[in-house]
Design a protein around this ligand. Structure first.
Ligand code: 5GP
Length: 226
């Protein structure tokens, strides 16, 4: 059986990393694709675990050799998903989870329309700004400019939400984890999945929670949804 490809995207500061690690501890058989990046390791990050840290030259050579399923430049660094990660998961019949930005997600959706895409959004610009400030202190990047740029970037990413199959608002961590788990299990056809909960997270269901969060960013769901 071929595995399912899950794509998760979220603006920086949406709490995605915590959500994804909670999901992985709750759901079995979900392989995580370790991306390539030209950015430097942060904190306790280890080469080959969080990312394959690489030089710009190597990355560009890999791009030229068509080694990437998708790639994008995010905040001045390259990031990419190796084709081999997908091949590996497929050969093992396992589901693969990609934690990638909107530009990369759109490339994958075009190539593999059956991929299950999930967008995680922060509940409001105020909460996002608070999280970004908190994070910038942790990363020792206290520049107002970096925060302002990430906020602008988040607004831009929200414009592409209708291209995702699911959208969930990360206002309460436990709730968002339950929703993410429900989506994964339901897509797998696992009887343990809460189908109603997963359905409420469909972007096309335009839940009051989703519309409320988008409205706070002065955004709405536009166009058709998959
Ligand atoms: P960070 O540097 O904070 O780990 O990640 C920055 C952004 O790059 C996040 O939005 C993350 O999802 C995205 N990202 C990580 N790996 C990839 C990848 O392989 N491809 C793309 N397009 N984005 C990625």
């Amino acid at each position: 059986m071929a595995g399912i490809l899950f794509i998760i995207s979220a603006p920086s500061g949406s709490g995605k990393s915590t959500l994804v690690s909670r999901l992985r501890s709750l759901v079995e058989g979900l392989e995580f694709s370790v991306s390539y990046t030209t950015r430097l390791p942060r904190g306790s990050e280890i080469d080959g675990r969080e990312y394959h840290f690489t030089t710009r030259k190597t990355f560009e050579e890999m791009m030229a050799a068509d080694d990437f399923l998708e790639s994008a430049e995010v905040f001045g660094n390259y990031y990419g998903t190796a084709v081999s990660a997908l091949e590996h998961a497929r050969a093992a019949g396992r589901d693969l989870l990609l934690d990638i930005d909107v530009q990369g997600a759109v490339q994958v959706m075009q190539k593999l329309p059956e991929a299950v895409s999930i967008f995680i959004l922060p509940p409001s610009p105020e909460v996002l700004e608070r999280r970004l400030r908190h994070r910038s202190v942790a990363e020792h990047v206290t520049s107002e400019e970096v925060i302002a740029r990430r906020l602008r970037e988040a607004q831009k990413e929200l414009d592409r939400i209708s291209e995702y199959r699911y959208a969930l608002v990360n206002d309460q961590l436990d709730k968002a984890v339950d929703e993410l788990r429900a989506i994964v299990l339901t897509e797998r056809g696992d009887a343990a999945g809460d189908r109603a909960l997963a359905a409420s997270c469909r972007t096309s269901s335009r839940s009051a929670r989703l519309l409320g969060a988008l409205a706070s960013f002065d955004r709405q769901v536009v166009g058709s949804t998959p």
